[in-house]
Design a protein around this ligand. Structure first.
Ligand SMILES: Cc1cc2nc3c(=O)[nH]c(=O)nc-3n(C[C@H](O)[C@H](O)[C@H](O)COP(=O)(O)OP(=O)(O)OC[C@H]3O[C@@H](n4cnc5c(N)ncnc54)[C@H](O)[C@@H]3O)c2cc1C
Length: 459
């Protein structure tokens, strides 16, 4: 394929399969469990204009287009067979307007970078939990943020998106202009049919007192403990984020957890408050739990950077991962107990199961102005994590069985953390029937020749 005309019109690099740089760029995604799919051509865009040129070239050369934002998709959706992959890793500019409490960011900005840049202004954005994850696909999928009970899904704080459409036009989509594209881009994730090159964001005052409690309990008490905390969460204010985990016990607690194969239940509660008094009072209520913990830390002061560091240690880089999450209005205690024995046999100690509680979301996402349409009181599932390719079969089978045990509890999926390639029905389960239908109608209207792969093309 002669790509010289495209290269001459782009600032960024045009890389063909067979070029020396190809392998490193193709493999620049988070999950080391990488699909065996190879685009013919990668365009590493360095500007909006490069994206426009790439799309126009793809149309002329009859190439299908896939997009990679930060490359953090758990199930490898940016990698498709053949065609062109537009890589956005050079688009990393940020503009902040502290007076207006707004920002505009390009796709390749991480959660950590974002919060560090907003800190001097006392501002915040509903970023995700791990430090390295990029805004791009996170915002397009919906975005389950820190302090989501109060701030909502991240995409609800996106006020406009600049994007390149399938006919190669750079447009702005917001509540007034190109409303249908704006509707789709807030939730469509891997099914999006345009390339988002800039997001306009609404910012929030940064919580002045972030405090966190952590409790560890024996798995023998799992049902009672999970039931107590999930009921307690029903009475908590929206600025509390509570998560119930099944994890490997910390080294110095292993002996106490011997009879449960070194596994333990960990409960974390984080409050995003305005004063230390408010934070301590809120988290203090959890001290009434009648079940004796193996260890606890209560209402310790923390900040976003420490929260990122903690999450970063639980979801380490350069690992192989299988992830499947669900939305559920079932009891978290029931779900955790359903996988307790299976969890004890997890092949790798880094694997974890979690359920985060969002009582305010029991009714779903009650908004008509964005494609995102599924949520529930409980969110979570297994994150199966391992290091060696030789252990793939054991971990993938363990993960499959865990998903099977949890399947009956699901009332929906979250596109950003669901393996829509393992089971294609999961993409549809991420939307209400009306929103799923509308998304397809819009794809047919805005991308009539199916330039973009969409959810399942090129697999
Ligand atoms: C360690 C880790 C922690 C995570 N924590 C959270 C969390 O706390 N909350 C949460 O909600 N999610 C979380 N996720 C999931 C994450 O939000 C999604 O994987 C998201 O897709 C990542 O964005 P990305 O740009 O890296 O996606 P990519 O892998 O680059 O892209 C995924 C898909 O989105 C589409 N896409 C991406 N960018 C664009 C664009 N600019 N224009 C058009 N289409 C695009 C493409 O079709 C692509 O197939 C986590 C993921 C990881 C690996």
């Amino acid at each position: 394929m002669d790509t010289s005309s495209l290269q001459s019109r782009c600032i960024g690099r045009v890389i063909c399969r067979g070029d020396e740089a190809y392998a490193a760029i193709r493999e620049a995604d988070w999950n080391q469990l990488r699909p065996d799919r190879f685009p013919d051509l990668i365009v590493q865009a360095a500007s909006d204009h490069d994206v426009v040129e790439a799309i126009r070239f793809a149309r002329e050369a009859n190439l299908k287009v896939a997009v990679r934002g930060g490359g953090h998709a758990w199930c490898g959706t940016p990698l498709r067979k053949g065609g062109m992959m537009i890589d956005l890793s050079r688009l990393n500019q940020v503009r902040i307007d502290p007076e207006a409490r707004t920002a505009s960011i390009q796709p390749f900005i991480s959660n950590r970078e974002m919060m560090a840049m907003l800190e001097p202004y006392g501002l915040a954005f509903p970023v995700g939990h791990c430090p390295q994850v990029k805004a791009s696909g996170y915002l397009l999928s919906g975005g389950i943020a820190w302090n989501a009970g109060q701030w909502g899904h991240a995409c609800a704080s996106v006020t406009g998106i600049e994007m390149v459409t399938a006919d190669g036009q750079l447009v702005t989509a917001d509540a007034k202009r190109n409303r249908e594209l704006f509707w789709a881009a807030r939730g469509a994730g891997a099914g999006m049919f345009a390339v988002a090159t800039r997001f306009h964001l609404k910012l929030y005052p940064r919580p002045r007192a972030i405090h966190a409690s952590t409790y560890y309990y024996s798995l023998d008490k799992l049902g009672e403990v999970a039931q107590w905390f999930s009921l307690a969460m029903e009475t908590m204010p929206r600025n509390v984020e509570m998560t119930l985990f099944l994890v490997s016990a910390p080294e110095d607690m292993k002996d106490q957890c011997r009879t449960n194969r070194g596994k333990v239940c960990m409960v974390t509660a984080t409050v995003f408050a305005d004063s230390e008094h408010e934070a301590r009072q809120t988290l203090g209520k959890l001290e009434q739990c009648p079940h004796a913990s193996l260890r606890k830390t209560v209402a310790e002061r923390t900040d976003f950077e420490s929260l990122f560091t903690l999450s970063g240690s639980m979801w380490p880089e350069f690992h192989r991962n299988k992830v499947e999450t669900l939305w559920s209005n079932s009891s978290p205690a029931e779900m955790l107990c359903a996988v307790r024995d299976h969890f004890k046999c997890a092949p790798n100690p880094k694997t974890l199961v979690l359920f985060a509680l969002y009582p305010g979301w029991a009714g779903g996402v009650a908004r008509e102005d964005m494609a995102l349409s599924k949520a529930a009181r409980v969110y979570g599932g297994p994150w199966t994590i391992w290091e060696d390719a030789g252990d793939d079969a054991a971990n993938i089978e363990w993960h499959r069985q865990c998903c099977e045990l949890l399947k009956l509890f699901a009332c929906g999926r979250y596109l950003g953390e669901s393996d829509i390639l393992d089971d294609r029905s999961r993409a549809e389960e991420a939307f209400s029937p009306e929103h799923w239908r509308r998304l397809h109608e819009l794809k047919a209207r805005y991308d009539p020749e199916s330039l973009f792969h969409g959810f399942f093309g090129g697999l």
